[in-house]
Ligand binder design. Structure first.
Ligand SMILES: [Zn+2]
Ligand SMILES: [Zn+2]
Length: 341
């Protein structure tokens, strides 16, 4: 085991540099993981460009990256579930385990959550990381390193489908065909939805949505959603666009469910009369809880294709390119950083 490792560190807005740091030591319940692949996320790009997301502010150097996979290389003294050599997908948030929310099983709402790449907790754009053994989930060899990292965004889709109670015969509208919309689309089909309509303004992403299981697509740049003839019972809102969110809610059927996943509209105007007269249930989602085993099985069984989302690969010295490639290349869906390259 080397003493030091390369780490990609965000120092300031649009200022990322490679550094040498000591390889961390696992605590009693932690494993040390050699990181093989880390997907880049809109939140990473947002921290890079703005230095903050809402109340989370980058006040000291921060390592980004939270969609990570790797291989266990060392175990803390009390680790029982894992041994060196195990390939794992990392669940990037470790809660306190004892607060009211944790004890109720809603550990995603733990106020003391320590989540990768969320100030002040470092993420995974790094050669090695330590993680609590319960949050390092073994993956089968059939799952690629990239897909093992992208179990994280898939978990967002699993959580959204659960919150929306998607089941056999559900008619689902997915607003937005970015990476989260594309995993939500596949999840909804895997959960039994017989109709999944996907909207976006990017024709290429809509084609990908159709390839991945959308039963129809609507390009809302040239077709008003209300004219498209769909009356879904579930909206999984992944665009974060205010007008698009309101338009989509107006199409939801009686007793339907709306799950707000996309971020972007901190405050927005909603069609409340429609929500009231149609008795629509509307909820937010924050990350996920207890989704990894299901997400891994969905990806390993082929029900969800995560590799298909990967469009770009970068080394650890190219994190800035990985975070900004979507601005230069309209075909970009998901960039993956490979810290060992
Ligand atoms: Zn993410
Ligand atoms: Zn807690």
């Amino acid at each position: 085991m080397p003493d030091t490792m390369r780490v990609s560190v965000l120092h300031d807005i649009e200022d990322i540099a490679l550094e040498q740091r000591p390889v961390p030591r696992p605590g009693p319940h932690d494993v040390l993981i050699r990181v093989s692949a880390v997907g880049t996320c809109g939140s990473d790009t947002h921290y890079y460009e703005h230095g903050r997301i809402g109340g989370f502010v980058v006040e000291k150097p921060l390592v980004l990256g939270h969609e990570a996979a790797g291989v266990v290389v060392a175990c803390g003294s009390d680790v029982t579930r894992l041994e060196p050599g195990r390939r794992v997908s990392m669940e990037p948030g470790v809660p306190c385990f004892v607060c009211e929310q944790c004890r109720a099983g809603r550990y995603n709402l733990c106020p003391r959550m320590r989540f990768f790449a969320t100030p002040p907790v470092d993420g995974a754009f790094s050669e090695y990381v330590v993680l609590h053994e319960q949050f390092a989930h073994p993956v089968p060899d059939s799952l690629s390193d990239e897909a093992s990292g992208l179990v994280e965004p898939l978990s967002v889709g699993v959580w959204a489908s659960r919150k929306a109670r998607v089941g056999p015969g559900s008619r689902v509208l997915v607003n937005g065909a970015g990476p989260i919309g594309l995993v939500a689309t596949q999840c909804a089909r895997a959960f039994g939805a017989t109709e999944v309509v996907v909207t976006d303004v990017n024709a290429q992403r809509l084609r990908l949505a159709a390839e991945l299981g959308a039963t129809s697509t609507v390009n809302v740049a040239d077709t008003a959603l209300r004219d498209a003839g769909h009356e879904p019972d579930v909206l999984i809102e992944c665009s974060g666009v205010r007008a698009a969110t309101a338009d989509a809610i107006r199409t939801i059927a009686r007793a339907g469910r709306v799950v707000l996943v996309g971020m972007g509209g901190d405050e927005m105007t909603l069609p409340v009369a429609h929500v009231q007269t149609f008795e629509i249930e509307l909820t937010g989602t924050f990350r996920y809880a207890n989704t990894w085993p299901t997400a891994i099985d969905l990806a390993a069984s082929g029900a969800v294709d995560l590799d298909r989302l990967v469009t770009h690969h970068f080394g650890l010295d190219e994190v800035e390119q990985a975070l900004t490639v979507a601005q230069r290349d309209a075909t970009a869906v998901k960039s993956v950083v490979h810290p060992q390259r």
